[in-house]
Write a protein that binds this ligand. Structure first.
Ligand code: ZN
Length: 720
């Protein structure tokens, strides 16, 4: 009985969590509804598997329950093809209806019982009192179409530069030169983002696979992943009994019979379909849209419930990422070690500590303990019963003697991926290796699962900018189909800050990264954003240089060329049309009130300035440097590129021009560039933080305008 104590406690804890959640919802919903909260329905699955849009609930024969996103396109495809378990697929073909169990890989024909999208409660005014935090789930007006509300996760804050590298988010704070990894510091947020790779508790009967496979050609047979002896001929590995469970015989309980001394018996997780297993797959979507050569997810958690028989039991959990192996060792008497070794090159074969050895209370108390090793967001750690007991240290941080820093960082990853992109054939990024080993006294391990972190993909823009006004901005910016998405690998996005924080820019992405239409891919601009700057004086708000301080700007233009700044001003003056120059010259200081200059002249100057910014030639970095003007930080890499003879993309050139203008005439232009940058959410478009799923998806009743009638109460929960 005691063996299941931990599971029971877990279930009680989860019931408590649910009761607490419901209480929070009731209190908030009734007391504060009118002032603070608003309810929203989620139409699509960009936040799956945490939040659902319209979908079908499926239960795989293995017992695993998952949601399968339902859209018109999928409906059509499924109707057009009678695809069931039994249809014989062509070699290499996958079920076109596309419902594949995320854990065992069984594919099935979804029945057409469609459930609605989750309904969520949103704290509307929260962000008036506290700034939005990274990883918050936020609801906002879609910057592409303000009549829609979107729900995504907040990834980047104003002032930061954001870049996705190998699925992780990196940020560079304003004024700094190094990118840092953006981790989920709240363990509850990280917990919400784990997704199943393989859960050993869910394995269908082998007979079912045999039956399906008997009707399929060799190339499209399917097999669930499974734990196997690392070496079938090894006497030590054979100490594992992985088919012991008398009820199922499917190896859900892994028993180690014990071994003498330090001899280790090892299991390895094997996948029949190795090339697919570590891609950022989602049960919610049938298809995988990712770069199969690069997008190999190695941010993993290997977890199980461990029952050591005595202090001498020893468990080893290991995961690899690129060419590094991470290993967590836990003994029955509570000793914990976290180690690492490279699999290639110098130092390979030699384990080194990643953290000082740790000690927790004895685990040999007859209870099960939830143990895991995690390698996520460039950090490795060992966890016991929900607590982190050992964790790696970042490079550059203070480190204990004899301990090595976590071996990979931003620069390492960038170099490694550059290498991978040059590699032809073979696997440029290796699949992770997942192992369990044991030594010493007997022990039992169950509820073993391998989970992965959300992996953000780096897609290219898939739409061509259309010719209507919605796409005007994208066209003027030179955006084309095939351009790398904003914030993707090699194409960081810098989020602007403004004097008026309402204009500050945020970056958002959906958890269902390969299928999420989010900041990475936006190329339309809602009319409300374009019209935000309502003053005709500023020309086209999309290209605006900012609010001009007319007296100071006109004085600058009239200044004789005696200093760096006046040289820059003279250069700008020389680029103005003759007529405008003439009018400016006639304004003499003292005689003219600069702020009463005619609107028609102001409008003309703004139009010409916008033209200069648009014409790609407002500033020549060489001239600029010869005047001794200090380049603003974001402009420097662009100017270096141009000086080195490299061609800047039109968008970057325009950005450089704007920054140049501002640096040359700092008093003439206020910081308030009322410009919307593609890929961002301005603060005034943020509606609030999604906190609770109050009416989870229920069955839709045809004819009742897709009203979900029966809510799935079990899915009411706090959103993290
Ligand atoms: Zn399954």
């Amino acid at each position: 009985m005691s063996q299941y104590g931990t599971k029971m406690q877990h279930e009680l804890a989860s019931v408590r969590d649910t009761v607490e959640s419901i209480w929070v919802a009731i209190v908030l919903a009734f007391v504060l509804r009118a002032f603070v909260l608003e309810a929203f329905v989620i139409p699509t699955g960009s936040m799956a598997p945490r939040l659902y849009g319209e979908h079908i609930d499926l239960t795989c024969p293995c017992g695993y329950e998952f949601a399968y996103g339902w859209s018109a396109g999928q409906e059509q495809r499924a109707r057009g093809m009678a695809v069931g378990d039994g249809r014989i697929l062509a070699p290499g073909e996958r079920n076109p209806a596309g419902a594949v169990c995320p854990t065992c890989g069984y594919d099935m024909m979804p029945e057409e019982v469609v459930s609605g999208g989750d309904r969520v409660l949103v704290m509307k005014y929260l962000y008036r009192f506290q700034p939005p935090k990274p990883w918050d789930v936020v609801v906002f007006k879609n910057p592409q179409d303000n009549s829609e509300n979107y729900i995504k996760r907040l990834i980047g804050l104003p002032g930061e530069t954001i870049e996705i590298v190998h699925g992780d988010v990196f940020y560079r704070p304003k004024g700094q030169s190094e990118f840092r990894i953006r981790r989920k510091h709240d363990p509850k947020v990280q917990d919400a983002m784990w997704q199943v790779v393989f859960d050993n508790d869910f394995r269908p009967r082998p007979a079912l696979f045999e039956d399906v496979n008997s009707r399929r050609p060799a190339s499209s047979k399917i097999y669930p992943p499974e734990w196997r002896l690392a070496d079938p001929n090894s006497h030590d590995d054979a100490k594992w009994d992985i088919a012991h469970d008398a009820n199922s015989q499917y190896g859900r309980v892994l028993r180690f019979a014990g071994a003498d001394g330090a001899r280790e018996g090892s299991l390895t997780l094997t996948f029949q379909d190795n090339d697919r297993m570590f891609l950022p797959r989602y049960g919610y979507n049938g298809e995988i849209q990712s770069d199969w050569k690069i997008d190999i997810v190695s941010d993993l958690k290997l977890e199980g419930v461990w029952y050591p028989s005595g202090p001498g039991s020893r468990l080893v959990l290991s995961l690899s990422s690129f060419e590094y192996l991470f290993r967590g060792e836990i003994t029955g008497d509570g000793e914990v070690r976290l180690l690492c070794r490279p699999t290639e090159g110098p130092g390979s074969g030699k384990w080194r500590l990643l953290a000082p050895p740790a000690k927790v209370a004895s685990l040999a108390d007859g209870q099960g303990h939830v143990v895991s090793i995690r390698n996520v967001d460039l950090s490795a750690s060992v966890w016991i019963d929900g607590r982190q007991v050992a964790a790696s240290v970042d490079q550059g941080a203070a480190i204990t003697d004899g301990v090595m820093a976590y071996p990979m960082d931003y620069k390492w990853l960038k170099n490694r991926l550059a290498l991978a992109r040059q590699t032809t054939g073979a696997k440029p990024v290796p699949n992770p290796e997942v192992r369990i080993a044991a030594s010493g006294a007997p022990a039992v391990l169950q509820h073993v699962r391998l989970m992965r972190d959300v992996y953000y993909t780096s897609p290219s823009i898939t739409d061509s900018p259309g010719s209507n006004s919605e796409y005007d901005f994208a066209q003027r910016m030179g955006v084309q189909r095939g351009r790398p998405g904003w914030g993707t690998d090699g194409h960081p996005i810098t989020l602007e800050t403004f004097d008026n924080p309402d204009l500050d820019q945020y970056f958002v992405m959906g958890d269902n990264s390969p299928s999420s239409l989010d900041g990475r891919l936006w190329i339309k601009v809602a009319p409300t954003l374009r019209l935000y700057d309502d003053s005709g004086l500023r020309g086209d708000p999309n290209l605006a240089i900012g609010d001009i301080d007319w007296p100071s700007f006109l004085q600058d233009l009239q200044r004789p060329t005696a200093s760096a700044r006046s040289s820059a001003a003279a250069y700008i003056r020389s680029r103005l049309s003759l007529g405008v120059r003439d009018q400016v010259r006639r304004l003499t200081s003292g005689e003219v009130q600069y702020d009463s200059v005619e609107d028609s002249l102001k409008r003309q100057i703004v139009a010409e300035l916008n033209g200069m910014i648009d014409s790609r030639g407002l500033f020549d970095p060489k001239l600029w440097l010869s005047w001794g003007v200090t380049l603003p930080e974001p402009a420097r890499p662009m100017a270096d590129m141009q000086a080195a003879g490299q061609k800047l993309p039109p968008m970057e050139l325009r950005r450089l021009n704007r920054l140049a203008f501002q640096a040359a005439m700092p008093e003439a232009v206020s910081r308030q560039w009322r410009i919307y940058q593609l890929g961002t959410v301005p603060r005034y478009s943020l509606i609030g933080k999604a906190i609770f799923v109050y009416w989870p998806s229920g069955f839709l009743v045809p004819g009742l305008s897709r009203l979900p009638v029966i809510p799935n109460v079990g899915r009411m929960r706090l959103i993290r």
